[in-house]
Design a protein around this ligand. Structure first.
Ligand SMILES: Cc1ncc(COP(=O)(O)O)c(C=O)c1O
Length: 428
């Protein structure tokens, strides 16, 4: 670069000068290794400031489903930027948001038909919880102030979302005593656990607003998979005790588990669904909480107090909605779900060698999610660094090494990722 007097491998000035002022997520700032400076991201490649290229196995927390910087999404955002980046959504609407609302309602199963926009997965969950609480208030039911949520679950980092995550073993256990109390139960993976939940609901249903669950995959809580019967049991119990059922598809939505939404494969439709992450194809923050007509009807009234009192400043941001519309068009124009199926097969084959390796507890694949669960990890930072040495970006958490690549990843790039996982895990 002309005028660049840096020595080889020396980080750029913005890095050295700015890092001391940044507070990074989920990181002990005193001991965390320095983060990698990224200067470009294209397809499944991250380009670092020193010129190195890493093959990306995470798709930026599962958001970048079409790969980074997809020209089709970029063009849509640029067009929208020239026309109108943002207007508030109170009293004003615009084409991108209403088009997206119509599209989401058409894509989602059942009668999920009223879309409330916000800006992140956590807030989409907060809105879902608030809708459920107010659903009962508006209907005149008193005391339905708790939720049933599942052990191993993770629904975000805001207060309400933390309170429906696993408060014993999850990352927010520290706050357990400060959060609103809920019923955190075993996923009804068998009839015994379903009977235990049934027994709880038989005595406490009138204190409960809704059941919330991540369908098919509990993501950040440990990449645990369950099958459709679990969700069908939850639907049946919600119906039996007249509770609302919330699916948090922030992780699973938009193809990750093999169908456009996990609930399609689950054969169970929720009353409220939370979506975010891949909604904009990883371009920018946007979320949607979508309710059925039954839920919406409880808010439809001549009484202003029955309105949903929520409205983030950047809700339905026009750039983000343009990105989301373009992303949905890519799902229509390109064979994304077939690509997910191919990735699933390649992950299954590529990670099979980890089975039986010393220290490996389980290897599992669902859709475009590949997981190698280790018995334990003593030094997470060292493990993460090993992947960078192999030329890939893979970011294990806890004892979980996982791959959630872009659906557009090339076969040879995916092989580099699975080879790296096998090599690194095999060397532990
Ligand atoms: C299932 C689920 N819900 C909610 C969230 C929170 O989303 P965000 O990080 O956008 O707030 C996440 C994030 O990983 C998630 O996986």
């Amino acid at each position: 670069m002309a005028g660049d007097t840096r020595k080889k491998n020396e980080p750029p000035a913005w890095y050295a000068q700015g890092l001391a002022h940044a507070w990074l997520p989920y990181a002990q700032m005193k001991t965390a290794p320095p983060p990698l400076p990224v200067v470009a991201a294209q397809g499944s490649r991250l380009v670092l400031a020193d010129g190195r290229e890493l093959i990306d196995g995470v798709a930026s927390w599962w958001t970048a489903c079409h790969g980074y910087n997809h020209s089709y999404i970029r063009a849509a955002v640029e067009r929208q930027l020239a026309q109108m980046p943002h207007v508030m959504f109170g009293g004003l609407v615009h084409e991108q948001a209403l088009t997206l609302a119509r599209r989401l309602a058409a894509l989602l199963p059942g009668d999920l038909s009223r879309v409330f926009f916000s800006d992140s997965g956590s807030v989409a969950v907060e809105v879902a919880l608030k809708m459920a609480l107010q659903y009962w208030i508006n209907r005149g039911a008193k005391g339905r102030s708790h939720f049933v949520a599942c052990k191993g679950g993770y629904h975000g980092d805001t207060t309400g979302a933390m309170a429906v995550s696993d408060t014993d073993e999850g990352m927010h256990a520290l706050f357990a005593g400060f959060l609103p109390p809920n019923f955190i139960v075993d996923l009804p993976e068998d009839e015994t656990k379903a009977a235990a939940l049934d027994a709880l609901l038989a005595t406490r249903a009138d204190a409960i607003a809704a059941i919330i669950v991540e369908p098919l995959v509990q993501g950040a809580g440990g990449m645990r998979f369950h099958d459709a019967r679990v969700l069908q049991r939850l639907r049946a119990l919600a119906d039996k005790y007249e509770l609302l059922l919330i699916f948090d598809e922030v992780f699973t939505g938009f193809g990750r588990t093999g169908t456009m939404f996990a609930c399609e494969a689950a054969g169970a439709t929720p009353d409220i669904i939370a979506l975010s992450k891949a909604l904009t194809g990883g371009t920018m923050g946007l979320a949607a909480t979508v309710a059925t007509g039954k839920v919406f009807d409880a808010f439809w009234s001549d009484d202003p107090k029955k309105a949903l009192m929520h409205g983030p400043s950047y809700m339905a941001n026009a750039l983000a909605c343009a990105a989301a519309n373009a992303s949905l068009e890519l799902f229509e124009r390109e064979p994304r779900l077939a690509q997910v199926a191919d990735i699933g097969s390649a992950l299954g084959q590529g990670l099979a060698a980890c089975r039986g390796m010393r220290g490996v507890k389980d290897v599992r694949v669902k859709g475009a999610i590949g997981v190698v669960e280790l018995e334990r990890v003593d030094n997470l930072d060292a493990l993460r660094a090993r992947f960078v040495e192999e030329g890939v970006f893979v970011r294990p958490f806890g004892n979980i090494v996982y791959l959630t690549p872009a659906f557009t990843i090339a076969a040879e790039e995916l092989k580099r990722l699975t080879d790296a996982v096998c090599k690194v895990v095999g060397s532990l």
